[in-house]
Design a protein around this ligand. Structure first.
Ligand SMILES: *Cc1c(COP(=O)(O)O)cnc(C)c1O
Length: 436
């Protein structure tokens, strides 16, 4: 029974495997990776590329990391998985202890979820159950959020993603309707824009009576547009949530574990969230794991509600293998001088991307921590850009008009320079933008 007709592995992949946001009839090219080490991906055809993406921001220590390999190996010989219903284990407990230490005081009740999107689903369900338990019933059912956000691809998170970028019209009638306000103006060092703040206050006044929570990515909106805004807005978010009885949810799945130069933005004084989602770099990019962390007050209120329990419990909750690697990844991060690595990456990105800021095709260049963004006037031809990058020995995945770098923290200065030079040279060679 010869079912498989495709002759090569590339042809098989093209015909049978769905890739992220990709057509199955006209897919973009993919490159087969055979192995990875440090910041280098080795392609099946023998070529090597420097990774500028940290595998969608997860692989903060690079690849094939001895400490993480050892943690996985050691846990494998004990058990790779066991159900979390009615059972517990040392990897989950050890990870829990570390997360309690890492989070600001008062955020110490942890739900271990199996992906970032699921952790956001759990945060949303926590907020709904919390408001129900407080006697608000169904009159409070909406979420307030910002345009330009990204919170994941399952339907709950998708409903609070940017309505345009998240293609809400495509799923009209299926997604719950939430309330959106403009994102804060750009610039991490900018003072608060009073007109913006008044608009946000108005928005809360209009919608908060029907809302359970305000959910945002603090300071750095990631996949929704790589937009940076001032941390000065965070205490305002806190104040408005308090004034209107809403929970404040920070989605730190992208910003967590030092990416912006701070370990977590949830530590910002007078702007503590009620619920935090973390994921991505939690296992150093080894395995899928995320967490939703809240306060005793929220946890106790939910537990005192009609259901008496938080209504969520995935099959792979608290997976021991993922927890063991997460423990090793956190220990490795905290044992390293990560702040100076992130600072070094920031200054290298600033230095080498500066040249792009002068180019006609470029709208903005911005850097925050180990994140460098070149925003163009027009969308990038992804297939063309990637074949250029691979030929230059680098791996960068742009989206829309955004070419960005989010490398592993262990990347060397020379590797950063090559990544930046490739971006600048590509943009230099773009045909001139037509002005009407
Ligand atoms: C990536 C991301 C998610 C979704 O995480 P998945 O693990 O892909 O489900 C949610 N929120 C933010 C801010 C993210 O960057």
């Amino acid at each position: 029974m010869a079912k498989v007709v495709a002759t090569t592995s590339a042809a098989f992949d093209r015909r049978h495997l769905w890739h992220p946001y990709t057509s199955l009839t006209d897919p973009l090219p993919v490159y087969e990776v055979a192995s990875a080490e440090g910041c280098t991906l080795r392609l099946a055809d023998g070529r090597e590329v420097i990774d500028g993406m940290a595998s969608w921001w997860c692989a903060i220590h690079g690849y094939n990391v001895p400490e993480l390999n050892e943690a996985a190996r050691a846990q494998l010989t004990k058990m790779s998985h066991v159900m979390f219903g009615g059972l517990t284990h040392a990897p989950a407990i050890e990870l829990g202890k570390r997360l309690v230490d890492l989070m600001p005081d008062g955020l110490d009740r942890i739900f271990l979820a199996d992906s970032g999107s699921v952790s956001v689903e759990v945060a949303m369900k926590m907020a709904v159950q919390y408001q129900h338990a407080r006697g608000h019933g169904t009159q409070r059912s909406q979420f307030l959020t910002l345009r330009g956000g990204y919170h994941g691809d399952t339907t709950g998170p998708m409903s609070v993603c940017d309505p345009v970028g998240g293609m809400h019209q495509l799923f009209a009638g299926f997604l719950p309707q939430h309330a959106f306000y403009d994102r804060p103006p750009g610039g991490v060092d900018e003072a608060i824009d009073q007109a913006y703040l008044e608009g946000l206050e108005q928005f809360f006044a209009e919608h908060a009576a029907h809302a359970v929570a305000f959910i945002v990515e603090p300071v750095l909106q990631g996949a929704g547009g790589m937009h940076f805004y001032s941390p000065a807005y965070l205490p305002e978010f806190r104040r408005l949530c308090d004034a209107h009885g809403l929970l404040l949810i920070y989605d730190e799945i992208a910003t967590g574990f030092g990416r912006t130069g701070q370990l977590f933005l949830s530590h910002t004084a007078s702007a503590r969230p009620d619920i935090v989602c973390i994921g991505k770099a939690l296992t150093g990019g080894y395995l899928t794991l995320a967490a939703t962390i809240t306060s005793a007050h929220v946890a106790e209120t939910i537990s005192g509600g009609a259901a008496g329990v938080l209504m969520h419990g995935p099959t792979f909750m608290g997976n021991p293998l993922a927890c063991a690697v997460a423990v090793a990844s956190i220990d490795l991060l905290l044992g390293s001088d990560w702040p100076s690595h992130v600072q070094r990456i920031a200054s290298q990105l600033t230095r080498h991307l500066r040249a792009a800021a002068q180019l006609d095709a470029v709208k903005y260049v911005r850097v925050l921590g180990a994140v460098g963004v070149v925003e163009l006037h027009e969308a990038v031809d992804v297939a063309h850009f990637q074949s250029y990058c691979v030929a230059q020995g680098v791996w960068i995945r742009p989206f829309g008009r955004l070419v960005y770098l989010m490398p592993p923290y262990v990347i060397t200065d020379r590797e950063i320079e090559l990544l930046c030079r490739t971006v600048v040279n590509y943009v230099l060679a773009l045909p001139p933008v037509e002005t009407p």
